[in-house]
Design a protein around this ligand. Structure first.
Ligand code: M5T
Length: 613
């Protein structure tokens, strides 16, 4: 019996599972799918370091597995199957990717790494639609991934070896099988269990639904409308009809989809195949409509954050609209309207019990979480929003282009503002740095340094990460007095904070604190060339031969420089520089052995060693 109608869509197709994994076969046949098994011969040997994220690696491996089977079958019979499914499961702990152990020692190394800790299990899936044209194989690939968090209990050596000797770990990523005896090692699982076992069935069905059941405009859920005049054009349905409001996608950025970099919105001119009329009319310009409405979605997000909606639902959800309105002291109709739009944007979920946060909202939009981006939302609403309303005049009148079309930076730094504005800016930087600090601190091995000075280190998030990562390191955070004065409010306890001190000063005017390693994280892009050279030359004079300079900036490889996020940021903060430009800048200021590394999805990091002058 096929429970899920979308699986039925594959019933009359020749479907091939390009996998030798008995678990994948079982999961898919239990779901009612009929398929042939043709294990892939693709060797899992892609260079992991060349992928920005572990899931990009898993998706690419899954794709290559499926494509290898499709082309082998096509070569053999000059006929390809209709659909080939490939999958790859990896276990990720810290920055390390674990696949299947090669022997018992390897299994022991893997299980010891996982012992007592949380890790992620990613399965990348590729669904390849094949068709033979004039003896040639044409393929269309849809790919996605699913992440599940698993925590292992503290396990004794004896138990680990007993488990290894059972033989179970050997054909399983990370060296364990959660569905069998390995389940005894696991304290908790967050997310799709079957994803850990080897195949994310639920996400697979959603992907099939996306492919086989494109939404008809009349089926799309209309947002009920109370009266909030500034954004009332929501009623015209363009968000919905444009297909821009798939909850999981809009809120979670890079999850799933064809692109691994998170920038998966459709290009404005690209036709939306799902809505393309067969009657010769031009296709609906879905990407364009989505662009036109982008500002409304941002404002909804900012407003909900400002009302502390996500905090309320984190602690008290699910709640009915009337109760939320009462607690907010707001109009019931307007509140319900806002809540429904948040549901459409993937920020909230609605059930018969009321509204509750989605996972992404609890993680990133409640104010107290370790990964909260509330500060960034608040700053964008209070400051950046207003700046962008001046884009038209700025373009016409011509602002200082090296500082971005908007030329928003003040002469001597953007913090010469009110205390509240400074705090808002600090909260925004704090939110963002929490996402990136670990990647910056670990992009290179910095253990040879014993003292570091983070110039413009703001609330000390990166300093904390450095101190945590390098137990010998003393870290100075050097920032403007108005910043260091307020930084106390951002400190959390912890042993490493004893090795962090805050020193007030202006890096253009005051003596820089002594250090073996100077750090500039997201500083250089804010300054025009003259200021940048002044700053680098001051660092170069303070840095002793053998000392280091670490620069972290927005990832701006050539191909990414044309992409959306850096371009938009460039409007208010100037053009991002590429890793090669940073390498050249460091060399020009007396640093040698300059190395470049990627730090997570958002930044690249450059490290140079001060040469003897
Ligand atoms: C974490 C975990 C993994 N696995 C198995 O680990 C293999 C991963 O390896 P792969 O490279 O993705 O697949 P494969 O087995 O080599 O098959 P193929 O698709 O032919 O490459 C798959 O089997 C999965 O079930 C479990 O059975 N239970 C678990 O808890």
């Amino acid at each position: 019996m096929v429970l899920c109608p979308v699986i039925g869509k594959l019933q009359h197709k020749h479907v091939v599972l390009a996998s030798a994994s008995p678990r994948r076969q079982e999961i898919l046949s239990n779901a009612g799918l009929r398929f042939e098994v043709v294990p892939s011969r693709f060797k899992e040997k892609l260079r992991k370091a060349s992928f920005a994220t572990p899931y990009a690696y898993a998706m690419e491996t899954a794709k290559q597995k499926a494509l290898e089977v499709a082309s082998r079958m096509h070569q053999k019979d000059l006929r390809a199957p209709d659909v080939v499914i490939g999958a790859d499961t990896i276990v990720v702990v810290g920055a390390v990717i674990l696949e299947k152990p090669v022997d018992k020692q390897d299994a022991y190394r893997m299980l010891s790494r996982l012992n007592g800790k949380e890790h992620s299990v990613f399965t990348g899936v590729a669904i390849v639609h094949c068709c033979s044209k004039d003896g040639r194989l044409d393929t269309e690939v849809s790919e996605f991934y699913e992440e599940t968090t698993v925590k292992f209990s503290e396990l004794s050596e004896e138990l680990l070896w007993e488990y290894i000797n059972s033989g179970e770990p050997m054909d399983k990523a990370g060296g364990y099988g959660i569905q069998a005896q390995g389940g005894m090692l696991v304290e908790y699982v967050h997310g799709d269990f079957l994803n850990v076992v080897g195949f994310p069935l639920n996400h697979f069905c959603k992907e099939l639904a996306r492919l086989y059941y494109p939404p008809r405009p009349e089926d799309l859920h209309r947002v009920r409308h109370a009266s909030i005049p500034a954004v009332d054009t929501f009623e015209n349905l363009s968000d919905m009809e444009a297909g821009g409001s798939d909850p999981g996608q809009s809120a979670e950025g890079g999850r799933g989809g064809q692109q691994a970099d998170g920038d998966r919105s459709q290009a404005p001119g690209a036709p939306d195949a799902a809505l393309n009329g067969a009657d010769g009319r031009p296709p609906l310009p879905a990407g364009l409509l989505e662009l036109m409405d982008g500002f409304k979605a941002s404002k909804v997000l900012f407003t909900a954050c400002k009302l502390k909606l996500f905090d309320m639902l984190k602690d008290q959800g699910p709640l009915k609209a009337v109760d939320i309105a009462r607690k907010l002291n707001a109009c019931a109709g307007g509140t319900e309207w806002l809540l429904d739009v948040c549901v459409a944007l993937g920020l909230l979920e609605k059930t018969h019990r009321g509204y509750s946060n989605t996972e992404v909202a609890t993680l990133h939009l409640a104010s107290d979480g370790e990964h909260s981006l509330q500060g960034l939302a608040e700053y964008n609403d209070a400051h950046v929003w207003g700046v962008f309303t001046r884009l038209g005049p700025a373009v016409q009148e011509g602002a200082d282009q090296t500082r971005g079309a908007l030329g928003v930076m003040e002469e001597e730094g953007h913090l010469s503002q009110s205390r509240e504005m400074t705090l808002q800016f600090m909260r925004a930087m704090h939110s963002l740095s929490k996402l990136t600090a670990h990647h910056v601190a670990t992009a290179f091995d910095l253990s040879r340094f014993t003292s570091a000075c983070d110039l413009g280190g703001c609330t000390g998030i990166l300093a904390r990460e450095l101190a945590q990562e390098y137990p010998r390191l003393q870290v100075t955070v050097f920032d403007l007095p108005e910043v260091t004065e307020l930084s106390g409010g951002f400190q959390r306890g912890g042993r490493q904070t004893e090795r962090i001190r805050f020193v007030p000063g202006d890096f253009f005017k005051d003596n820089l604190p002594e250090a073996d390693l100077y750090v500039l994280s997201r500083i250089l892009q804010d300054w025009p060339d003259d200021k940048l050279h002044k700053l680098l030359s001051r660092i170069s004079s303070s840095c002793k031969p053998g000392g280091g300079l670490l620069v972290a900036e927005a990832a701006a490889e050539e191909k990414e420089r044309a992409s959306r996020r850096p371009r938009l940021r460039a409007l208010s903060a100037g053009q991002p520089r590429s890793p090669d430009e940073h390498r050249w800048l460091l060399q020009r200021h007396g640093f040698q052995d300059v190395r470049v590394a990627r730090a997570g999805d958002l930044l690249h990091v450059v490290l140079g060693t001060r040469a003897v002058p």
